[in-house]
Ligand binder design. Structure first.
Ligand SMILES: [Zn+2]
Length: 92
């Protein structure tokens, strides 16, 4: 017969081990977006103290903004005729 209490104990131990692996050994931390160095959780933006990472991050942000605008324009070019066609259909 299977001892239910033993099984329960084992499961508890196993899940404890799992929890320790998940949270105990590695303290909460973040990684620098650029070089992936561990940094404190409170760091905002997610960058380490290196100047080159800050510079790279700023460059990335600028690129991202440009990409976003381009996407917006691109979307607009496709969406406007579609919306017009839809409006025309709705109007009859
Ligand atoms: Zn870094």
């Amino acid at each position: 017969m299977v001892d239910a209490r033993k099984v329960k104990d084992m499961v508890a131990k196993k899940s404890n081990q799992f929890m320790n692996q998940m949270s105990g050994k590695v303290p909460a931390h973040k990684h620098c977006r650029i070089c992936h160095e561990p940094i404190p959780v409170a760091s905002e933006p997610r960058l380490c103290k290196k100047v080159e990472c800050t510079e790279k991050h700023e460059k990335n942000e600028k690129n991202l903004k440009t990409v976003r605008i381009a996407m917006f324009v691109f979307f607009g070019i496709f969406a406007i005729p579609y919306l017009l066609a839809l409006a025309a259909r709705v109007m009859g």
